[in-house]
Design a protein around this ligand. Structure first.
Ligand code: HXC
Length: 520
């Protein structure tokens, strides 16, 4: 055998060795937990045969605690690039089979390399997290490694999409890299995220709590809002990432991909002409509206189980990727509160950063009143949503279906917040408040002064009618040009698509500044 052939064989053997990560036993352990290995996950994520691996031969440089005898080719993370539906992405997948995927200096260096490369070429970064956190034997070098990653997350924010899958433990400061990215997708039952684990919670607070209760997928999807999506297992999480990518551009200088559809752009939905109940306090399901107007009924909801009174997510209209923000009358009557405002603001800012037009469907009675909301800072949180809409320069199409009252009317992409096309259904009520509230404020004394109960009711009803005639319709706002047109509900899909076509070349910039000072 020639020397060259020997060297080639050595290379092949080394590659084989790298590919088994922490070894067969560790791989079995990973499978026994219902999890896939880093390489299996990358194979699921990327188009077949597209993966180009980097840094397969990197080893850690730690000599503490006998670590020099515990080295693995690749050192606990598989990194590289490949394609999803033919589009380039950069990826890192922590390999739990190698020292628990714990983060060493060199492991961090590998992750930083793919992030730097992604920024150079303008492609998304996808991180598949499954790690015991900072490699304890490496001390501050591991911490420095995390900090290097965080710094890159920050600089990449708003430049390239960053997506984090949480497919195992994610503890300590390690949760901050996913938190800095655009989307967190957690696997149910096998992943968790928390700053301090159950043992520390017990010591400091005396509370007994399991990992799942403290930071499992359902907790972060429904209570904290840290997780944007969950999946039943690794496969479902990875399928969600691939699905999500169909709505996102490669970077902030590009448009999202056009997704061809056979769904007619002028498809009418007659049931929409009758969906609004006669009783203004009766709910209807905003999902029915959304699903009926988007291409092929396909709606990828973000934060499905968190702050359900505001629906946010991605869809296509005539092939164009769009972010939808919609009040949900079926949840807390569609009122805005702190959580829904934060959820909406984050989503609107993401869409704006990545050139994704925003379609807003409005049916909002107002902001939720009360001490709980006020003490929790609803003023600041509501301001975030207001700010997000006001700063957004992407095309903004608003459709008011029913209620649009007071501050919440302004916040939900009104004309003066640079709404480009603001439509209303004939059932829209655009006013400072609803008729009952208005009559109570304006005529309380007059009604109280009347002693005869029948006359009291008569005055209240007359005043209410006067208010309704004046304000409980879309035409008062349309009279001032605050509504561009009152549309037939069944034509909503067509009108939105035509507005988006009209706005496709929209150019709008904000004043130059170092950065804004969003009310955090
Ligand atoms: C070094 C680690 C490690 C770590 C796990 N391992 N975490 N080695 N540093 N942080 C090693 C284990 O020793 C073991 O090695 C192998 O990985 C698999 O771990 P197991 O414990 O056997 O697995 P499992 O039972 O599934 O438990 C997983 C785990 C647990 C829950 C993640 O390992 C754990 O609690 N690890 C420590 C978590 C932690 O406190 N990390 C630091 C967080 S603070 P062997 O050789 O036996 O196979 C932090 C600071 C970041 O991350 C700051 C950023 C700003």
């Amino acid at each position: 055998m020639s020397q060259q052939l020997e060297k080639v064989k050595e290379l092949i053997a080394l590659r084989e060795q790298a590919r088994i990560g922490g070894g067969e036993k560790a791989i079995e352990g990973q499978h026994a937990k219902g999890k896939f290995t880093a390489r299996e996950r990358i194979n699921m994520l990327l188009d077949e045969g597209s993966f180009e691996e980097f840094d397969m031969f990197v080893k850690h440089r730690c000599y503490n605690f006998g670590m020099e005898k515990k080295t693995f080719l690749g050192d606990g993370v598989v990194t590289g690039c490949g394609t999803i539906a033919g589009r380039l992405v950069y990826v890192f997948a922590q390999d739990f089979t190698v020292i628990g995927g714990s983060l060493s200096e060199t492991l961090a260096m590998k992750i930083c390399k793919v992030m730097d490369q992604a920024m150079k070429v303008g492609a998304p970064v996808i991180g598949l997290n499954d790690s015991g956190g900072a490699r304890i034997q490496e001390g501050v070098n591991a911490l420095a490694g995390y900090a290097e990653i965080f710094q890159r997350n920050i600089l990449a924010s708003g430049v390239v999409p960053q997506i984090s899958a949480i497919l195992g433990p994610c503890a300590g400061g390690a949760v901050y890299s996913p938190a800095l990215t655009d989307f967190n997708i957690m696997a149910e039952g096998t992943s968790y995220m928390f700053l301090t684990g159950p043992a520390v919670v017990k010591t400091v607070l005396g509370e007994d709590v399991t990992q799942e209760q403290l930071g499992g997928a359902s907790v972060h999807a429904s209570k904290s809002g840290v997780a944007h999506f969950t999946g039943k297992n690794d496969e479902e999480v990875i399928a969600t990432i691939r699905n999500l990518m169909a709505y996102l551009p490669q970077n902030n200088m590009e448009e999202p991909p056009y997704v061809p559809t056979n769904d007619p752009i002028d498809r009418k939905e007659d049931f929409l002409n009758e969906i609004i109940p006669d009783n203004a306090n009766e709910p209807y399901d905003m999902y029915e509206v959304i699903n009926s107007i988007v291409d092929d009924g396909q709606f990828l909801e973000v934060h499905k189980d968190y702050a359900k009174n505001l629906i946010v997510g991605f869809a296509h209209f005539g092939g164009t990727s769009v972010g939808i923000v919609a009040n949900q009358p079926k949840a807390m009557a569609g009122v805005l509160d702190s959580n829904s405002s934060r959820k909406g603001a984050r989503f609107v800012r993401f869409c704006d950063a990545f050139n994704i037009p925003i379609v807003t469907l409005v049916d909002v009675p107002g902001f939720l009143p009360g001490t709980q909301q006020e003490y929790g800072g609803v003023i600041l949180h509501g301001a975030k949503l207001l700010y997000a809409y006001g700063e957004a320069t992407v095309p903004k199409v608003t459709v008011t279906l029913r209620k649009s009252y007071g501050g919440s009317h302004i916040v939900m992409s009104c004309k003066q917040l640079r709404g480009d096309m603001n439509y209303a259904w004939p059932t829209a009520n655009i006013a400072v408040m609803g008729a009952d509230g208005a009559v109570n404020v304006l005529y309380a004394k007059e009604i109280k002064a009347e002693e005869d109960p029948a006359k009291k009711a008569e005055i209240a009803a007359a005043k209410k009618k006067e208010y309704d005639d004046l304000f409980s319709n879309p035409y008062n706002a349309a009279k001032y040009g605050y509504i561009d047109d009152v549309i037939e509900p069944r034509n909503t899909r067509f009108r939105i698509i035509r507005a988006l076509e009209q706005l496709a070349t929209k150019k709008l910039t904000n004043p130059a500044k170092k950065h804004d000072n969003l009310p955090l």
